[in-house]
Design a protein. Structure first.
Length: 453
């Protein structure tokens, strides 16, 4: 009997140890399953959304989260909503991401250091309303913008700007560090898209879509290509199948000059962004002198030139729209405008446009010739209000004929502005209103008509 009792006791002891062993072996599995149930819970999703909302200032929703040793940490269905005043007019969120996947350096996480090897964004889409940019830009008090020249006010003598050389970068390219470098950290994009829209009119001004590639953002120096599938402007395709070459030399990420063909124009685009406070950014575009083939313009006309050249520069702190600055200088030789019944030829053309504190001003635009000149300027304020002035100068009978053909709805003869010599007269058009609703005053003290977009 004693030997049977000892055997039974051994068996019961073995069963107890068997369950202990089973629990020890399966506990990581239970921890994994229970932790993922916890991450997918509504409470955790609201907590993650609150953290993102606190960092961005935008109302945020999160659909779920999970983790695994082989796939890292994933957060699903992230949406940053538009600001409340724009939400009724624009249904798409400011930012929508199908999945954000973090690939941690687990060894660092075990030591309490949240080090990430890569961040993957699956199908991210940014829909940026121009009205939001204007709202953010008003965070800094703007200086008094240059007013539009009122009709009847003589414009200063023509000054043809010259295309300046490329401006120096925000920061110079740093020298690569000596010795061994840490692993490069990557931001991986999968089918990303970016759109700038007018919320009030549901009009897409610029869209960059089908973008895929890896962007080096931390760690050691690296180079990588970025594929851009399509660029659209105003709803029309501008370029397709582009490849940007990225060069990361800490703390500077540079995009080497990329040749782009937009219609019949060929331009070069480059940029730099640095990992400093505020994230300084600079983008440059250069349009070398080339023939400008005819293209459509409003009111059913067409325009072209024997040659055109331009330089554009944008710079500022990415996270502070009030610091954004831009300059666009363009010039043309022998430009022409063709309407249904009138052709206007000029000797030269030029324009200077600047962006300061959210205010965009075309401070001077000119098409000049011996027999005919077209002058103008315009300003767009941060709240969407705009004003401009256009002046057509030529012999009185020529001005009258052109104005009557361009604006056939004028009931009486166009109201002209007399100049210092009777051989010349001007037809002035004032433009004023708000984005989506502009008005024209046709001639000095002439009728006001609604300009429908």
């Amino acid at each position: 009997m004693d030997s049977e009792a000892r055997v039974g006791g051994k068996r019961r002891g073995f069963r107890r140890w068997k369950w202990v062993i089973v629990l020890l072996v399966t506990s990581p599995i239970w921890v994994f399953l229970l932790s993922n149930v916890f991450l997918a819970s509504p409470w955790t999703c609201r907590w993650i959304a609150a953290k993102i909302q606190h960092a961005t200032g935008m109302e945020t929703t999160v659909g779920g989260a999970s983790w695994s040793p082989w796939n890292g940490v994933a957060v699903d269905r992230i949406e940053l909503l538009q600001v409340l005043p724009l939400r009724a007019a624009l249904k798409e969120p400011l930012l929508k991401i199908s999945t954000v996947r973090l690939t941690p350096v687990w060894r660092a996480w075990l030591h309490g250091q949240l080090e990430v090897q890569s961040i993957e964004l699956d199908t991210p889409r940014v829909v940026l309303p121009l009205e939001l940019v204007s709202y953010l830009a008003r965070s800094a008090p703007p200086p008094t913008p240059p007013p539009a020249v009122a009709a009847g006010t003589p414009l200063p003598p023509a000054v043809v700007p010259t295309i300046p050389p490329a401006v120096p970068p925000v920061v110079g390219k740093p020298a690569p560090p000596a010795g061994p470098q840490p692993p490069t950290g990557w931001l991986r994009l999968k089918n990303a898209s970016f759109a700038v829209v007018l919320a009030g009119s549901q009009q897409t001004l610029l869209e960059i879509s089908h973008t895929t590639g890896s962007i080096p953002l931390s760690g050691g120096a690296a180079r990588a290509p970025l594929k851009i599938g399509l660029v659209s402007a105003g709803g029309h395709q501008a370029a397709a199948n582009l490849t940007a070459s990225l060069d990361w030399t800490p703390p500077l990420l540079a995009m080497e000059p990329m040749e782009i063909t937009m219609g019949a124009c060929h331009l070069s685009l480059s940029g730099k962004i640095a990992r400093f406070s505020g994230i300084p950014l600079q983008i440059e575009a250069h349009l070398p002198s080339q023939v400008l083939t005819e293209f459509a313009i409003p009111l059913g006309g067409r325009a072209g030139a024997e040659s055109i050249a331009a330089n554009a520069v944008f710079r500022g702190l990415l996270l502070a729209p009030g610091t954004w600055q831009g300059d666009l200088v363009a010039e043309a030789a022998a430009p022409s405008i063709q309407t249904a019944s009138q052709e206007m030829k000029f000797d030269r053309g030029s324009s200077v446009t600047v962006l300061r504190h959210g205010v965009v001003s075309c401070v001077d635009a000119r098409l000049t010739g011996d027999a005919l000149s077209l002058l103008g300027n315009a300003t767009l304020l941060t709240d969407g209000r705009a004003a401009g002035a256009i002046r057509l100068v030529s012999a009185p009978e020529t001005v009258t004929a052109i104005a009557s053909k361009i604006f056939p709805t004028i009931a009486s003869a166009p109201s002209l502005t007399p100049l210092s010599t009777p051989q010349r007269a001007a037809f002035d058009v004032d433009v004023f209103g708000k984005i989506g609703q502009f008005y024209l005053r046709l001639g000095k003290e002439g009728p006001i008509v609604n300009l429908k977009p």
